[in-house]
Ligand binder design. Structure first.
Ligand code: 5GP
Length: 199
């Protein structure tokens, strides 16, 4: 699956701001597409099938898995989430860069299958700031925030398995860093194999 486009997977603990970072990248570079995952969770608010996610039943998801149509998947809070394979292949073959917003375990599974995928771990500037952001959402109880912080401390230990780490201290800087990573990755020899013979 070595298309021309990049596959960039962005992960990090809950509340670290990866959704905002990815949105800012897509705004700045509309040629960067975000993969639409398949999920068994119910749509929230204004979410629409085929826009934020493909909403499917558990049986449908399991059938896609059995058909080899899911590149990687994970179970998160009782629901399946997976990256569909065919649209990803088509997009990268067409030269589009694809951004993935997936769990840490999902990124690690993706790297196993497709080592040229670029894995980026987003770190908060500090645990205090992560706690502040979680509180700022205003949707979670103190107990839940405490649980998420414990989980974040454990998850952050996975950073060493990723290709890159980006600290989300300042949104613009985090976006600039990811764009710079993508630029450098396009120059990797593996992505340009045989180029010297074409001169
Ligand atoms: P939410 O339900 O809040 O939209 O997403 C929950 C979590 O599932 C987020 O951490 C998101 O990154 C992750 N997620 C969404 N799609 C996928 C996917 O295709 N694969 C994996 N492994 N995780 C996903």
């Amino acid at each position: 699956m070595a298309g021309k486009g990049l596959i960039v997977s962005v992960s990090g603990p809950s509340g670290v701001g990866k959704g905002t970072i990815l949105e800012a990248i897509r705004k700045r570079y509309p040629e960067c597409k975000q993969s639409i995952s398949v999920t068994t969770r119910a749509p929230r608010g204004t979410e629409q099938d085929g826009v934020e996610y493909y909403f499917r039943t558990r049986e449908q998801f399991e059938q896609l898995l059995a058909d080899g149509e899911i590149l990687e998947y994970d179970e998160y809070v009782g629901n399946y989430y997976g990256t569909p394979l065919t649209p990803l292949i088509k997009a990268t073959e067409a030269g589009d860069d694809i951004l993935l917003d997936i769990t840490i375990a999902g990124t690690l599974a993706l790297e196993e299958k497709y080592p040229l995928a670029i894995s980026i771990f987003i770190l908060p500037p500090s645990f205090e700031q992560l706690a502040e952001r979680l509180k700022g959402r205003g949707t979670e109880t103190d107990e839940l925030i405490k649980m998420r912080m414990e989980k974040a401390k454990e998850e952050i230990l996975s950073a060493k398995k990723f290709d890159y780490v980006v600290v989300n201290d300042n949104l613009e800087e985090a976006v600039d860093n990811i764009v710079a990573i993508m630029k450098a990755e396009r120059c990797r020899y593996e992505r340009n194999e045989g180029i010297e013979k074409t001169l």
